[in-house]
Design a binder for this molecule. Sequence first.
Ligand code: SF4
Length: 308
Amino acid sequence: MSDDKLVAVKVTDIGNQLPNHVSPSQLSSFDRCSLAYWFSSVAGWREPAGLPQIIGTLVHDVLENFLKIKAENRTKELAWNLLRDTGETVINNNKSWLKEEDVVTLKDKSAESMKGYFDLEDPATLQIDIEDLERPVTAIFESVKLYGRLDRMTRDGIVRITDYKTSKRPAPQYLTDSLRQVMLYAAGLKANGLDVDEVELIYLPGRARVRRPTYKSALDRAIQHLVTTRRKMDSSLEKLTWMANPGNACKSCAFIKACPAKTAKAPTPGSKESEDLLQALNLEKRIRSKSSSETAGMEMLPFVEEGL
Ligand code: SF4
């Protein structure tokens, strides 16, 4: 985030906490716009998934299930069947808002990603343990809890973490965030006694691969970023002030009408007016975990994730 265009936004104290762990995607979301992070991860408003996220989830699900199949049976035909079946379910689940042209885009882009996948590697030669697909990674650094799930890890001579991307490969200066996310997984596994040799980003539609060795300073930087970002989150929570970052991300931000940095006269985030406005926009709040130490029936963050 470039500091010169940040806008400090005061929020109402609604008694919420930060999630008890930080995931690599939460870090990216906070870096993109910390006020949007507050709406989503602190206040608990659910951001409806857009078409690119739905395509990304579809392709990730297909690849996960495809690689669970025995290596010698991983044929293109089977992959297309999986894509067709999973894609149909996704389209049905989202039919209330998907337009005809969205469905065409979803089919085209997911197929393009799968074609890119087969151009990049031969899945019949890929040895992978099922437990290394969507593997959870948990570690604690300076009392900050990391939790996330990596896409896949392979151990064929070298241990490699791979992250799939359903977008085109960005310019080199925009790779930092994605590489830091996978380096953080490598640091988390190292803290659990497993050394990862290499991280890899696979940009499926553009058939591009980015690999980096997991050298110490890169792992340390990823850990440092995790810890300093969590400290910034703590400080924002305490001061009831979160930095809005008006820019490109606003175009697809579900909170734009409730964002004082983008909408004149938007009510103070967290106030009753703001909550009513978000509800009127048909946004929903996540179901929160109930802490046994809290009054019975009182909903409290953090949100519970499976495996924690
Ligand atoms: S509209 Fe823009 S500045 Fe406001 S919360 Fe969303 S991303 Fe941040």
